[in-house]
Design a protein around this ligand. Sequence first.
Ligand code: ZN
Length: 265
Amino acid sequence: MMLLAGCDSGASGTTDRGTGTPDAARAARKPTAPATAPPAAVWARWGLQPLPAAPVPPAVKPVKLGRAGPVPVVSRIPTRNKVVFITIDDGAEKAPEFVRMMRELRVPITMFLTDAAIKSNYGYFTKLQQLGNSIQNHTISHPNLNTLGLAAQHAEICGQEQKLTKEYGKAPYLFRPPYGNYNADTLTAVKECGPKAVVLWKESMQIRDMQYQNADRKLSPGDIILAHFRGPAELKRHTMTQMFANMLRRIKEQGYAVGRLDDYL
Ligand SMILES: [Zn+2]
């Protein structure tokens, strides 16, 4: 997704509406939209209809990071647009078909990876990273951090920060605690280890539908959705791509686009 100077109020393609923008400037911006929108035939190959185009990301990210005090804990991005954000955790399943799906559909994802799940094949996630998807910290061994003291939490978080930086060439700036469990020591360790925010979620994707935290069982603007790298053994014989297609159907049904979390946080 291109980071254009723009506002947080409309879909891409609406920025030059009725403002008397010179033709040259309008023409110069035009090519950006089709570059990120796969044709309907590509969506159909995966049994899907096209998702709405993602809105142009805000020029200034709505969540400020790097401030004094504890790192922020975020489960929803402040926005009025019908956009949600997909995060995928752990890294156990490494289906080649899913890389193909992401390459064709160009749906942005953010990966929270745990070393115990990925160390058998770090290269799998490099392929997803090369599509523009970022890799973030989800500990070395996926413990319940509430059962650990500060030193042990520090080792889990800083250790994974170092491993991911070495394997993927970029230091994660976001952290997700396994099971969503964290305490004051976690926030201290996160800050010392480098990540600038703790990222939780509002919906959790299962096999066919999402578990919603809100009683109305609906997406809200800016919701962060949790999914996992899981395969047929964990998904009652459904594949990772089937699960992901189901998630996109639920998002499409409710009229939402999928944005790139890194553009907002
Ligand atoms: Zn996890």
